[in-house]
Structures are given as C-alpha cells and as structure tokens.
Design a protein around this ligand. Structure first.
Ligand code: NDP
Ligand code: 8X3
Length: 251
C-alpha cells in the first residue's frame, strides 16, 4: 500500500513542490488549499505523472471547515503517513510600531493557529497507528528577528517551539517531527508580503540565486524517507550567498 502525504497550502510555491516531489517518491497525495482552481490544475499535473491525489479545499484558519474536510476523507485516504504543515505567509515589512492589525491577525491565525489546527486533527490518528511524520515549514525568520520582520518572525519562532513541543509529546511513539527552516525561496511569498507589489517582490530575489520550492521539497522527502530510527528534527536551508535571515550578499 502506498503511503499518504497531506500538504497544506499546496496551491503554490513550497507546498506545490512538496506535492509533486512526494508524488514522484511514490506517495498518494492529499492536496489542500484555498484555491480550488489551482488545486484542480495540480491534481491534473499529478495524474499526468501517474500520481493519485485527493483535493480538499479549505482555509486553515477555518477550524470547522478544516475539521469537516478531514472528516470527509474516504476510508482509504484516512491513514495519513506524512503531514506537511506548509500553509503560511508574511504580510508587510513595516516597523512593529507601524504594523497593520489585520496583517498581524492573519499571520498569527494562519502560521500558528492554522498549523496547530491541522496538527490537532491529523496527529491523533498517527498516535493511534504508532506511525507518522509531521513536517512543519518554519523559517530562518524564526531564529532571529530582522528589520520589519517582527510579527512574521515571531510566528516562525512559535512554529519552532510548537514543533519541539510535539516532538517531545510523541517521543514515546514512532512518530517523527521535523522543522524545516528555509531562507530565501523564490515563490509567491514576497508578492503576498508586499500585497501584490510585483516590482518590490522581484527585487527580493535580485543579485542572488535564491532557493526554489523544489529545494525545500527535496529536504522534506529526505526527512520522510529517512530510516525509521532517524528523526530529522530541524533543518536550516539557506541560499549559498545568504549568511542569516538578515545577511544576504547580492552581486
Ligand atoms: P507561497 O505564497 O508561494 O505559498 C503559500 C501557500 O500557503 C499558498 O498555497 C497559499 O494559498 C497558502 N496559504 C496561505 N494562507 C492560507 C490559509 N489561510 N489557508 C490555506 N492555505 C493558505 O509561499 P511559500 O511557498 O514560500 O510559503 C510556504 C511556506 O513557506 C510558508 O509557511 C512560508 O512562511 C514558508 N517560508 C517561505 C520562505 C520563502 O522565502 N519563500 C522562507 C521560509 C519559510 P493561496 O494560494 O490561496 O494564497
Ligand atoms: C521567509 C524567509 O527571510 O523572508 O520565511 O523571512 S524570510
């Protein structure tokens, strides 16, 4: 029987790449997100590659809908082996004293509470089966604040602590828990952060070869495919000319 992975935020970037890479690695893939059209396109792409997928359309901030969606899974899709908690975003790069309340709420509700919701819904089944892998997409931003990063960095610091907490709480089971902390990855991330200002977003990736979603997906698949006694607890993945969250050497 093929293993099953569930990826949140599979409509673009790292999540989309994870769906494709896990599919290629032989998994059946549950792709979740807010945009039904993008998920349908991905599902078709997976089918073309011979990968079985199942689409669930929901916003991770909508706890009730998330719960109903998980409950709606057909019997043969319920035993999820790998959960990739990827859905997330940054909004704004203003100094903390000028931040936007709504942006803050959205980041906290998505990056922290959404991730917790999915963990709470999926991990009990893993515990019951004494089998599973949780991969949370944290960030180098969670290691240290950078200018204007304030609340986003705090949400990713929370992801680290929440991931560590889960790892401790399931240490008596065979479940493994991983925090992948990417640096600069070229996705829709910056377009979202700058509220659609494409020029400003594109400038983030100028003068440096950034990581791709595929680079991060490779790490996720590696963690999931490691031998059963090996727990990849945390991985920091930076672009080669990136020294830290705030040190980026552009040429
Ligand atoms: P993208 O913007 O390309 O992808 C973000 C994904 O998250 C999209 O599928 C988006 O859906 C989804 N998403 C956002 N909010 C919600 C929500 N409320 N419910 C469901 N899905 C949601 O960016 P990335 O691929 O770069 O981001 C993926 C993760 O990686 C995020 O957690 C981000 O913080 C993290 N990360 C990104 C880095 C980077 O440099 N790009 C570096 C470090 C971490 P939709 O298409 O509907 O907007
Ligand atoms: C995304 C990476 O450095 O833009 O988490 O915050 S960064």
């Amino acid at each position: 029987m093929k293993k099953i992975v569930m990826v949140t935020g599979a409509t673009s970037g790292i999540g989309r790449a994870c769906a494709l890479k896990f599919g290629k690695a032989g998994y059946r893939v549950i792709i979740t997100g807010r945009r039904a059209d993008a998920l349908a396109d991905l599902s078709a792409e997976l089918a073309d590659a011979g990968v079985e997928s199942l689409v669930l359309v929901f916003d991770v901030r909508d706890r009730k809908l998330a719960e109903m969606s998980v409950r709606s899974l057909p019997q043969d899709w319920r035993e999820i082996d790998v959960l990739v908690n990827n859905a997330g975003l940054a909004l704004g790069l203003e100094p903390e004293y000028e931040g936007d309340f709504e942006d803050w709420d959205t980041m906290v509700d998505t990056n922290i509470k959404g991730l917790l919701t999915m963990t709470r819904l999926i991990v009990p089944g893993m515990v019951k089966r004494n089998r599973g892998q949780v991969i949370n997409i944290g960030s180098v931003a969670g290691d240290a604040a950078y200018a204007g990063g304030n609340v986003y960095c705090a949400t990713k610091a929370a992801v680290k602590t929440i991931t560590d907490g889960l790892r401790i709480d399931v240490a008596d089971t065979a479940i493994r828990v991983t925090n992948i902390k990417p640096g600069l990855v070229e996705t829709n991330f910056s377009r979202t952060r700058f509220h659609g200002d494409i020029e400003r977003a594109d400038n983030v990736y100028k003068g440096i070869k950034p990581l791709t979603g595929d680079d991060i997906a490779d790490v996720a698949v590696y963690a999931a495919e490691a031998p059963a006694h090996v727990q990849i607890a945390e991985v920091l993945v930076l672009a080669t000319h990136q020294g830290s969250g705030s040190v980026i050497v552009r040429k």
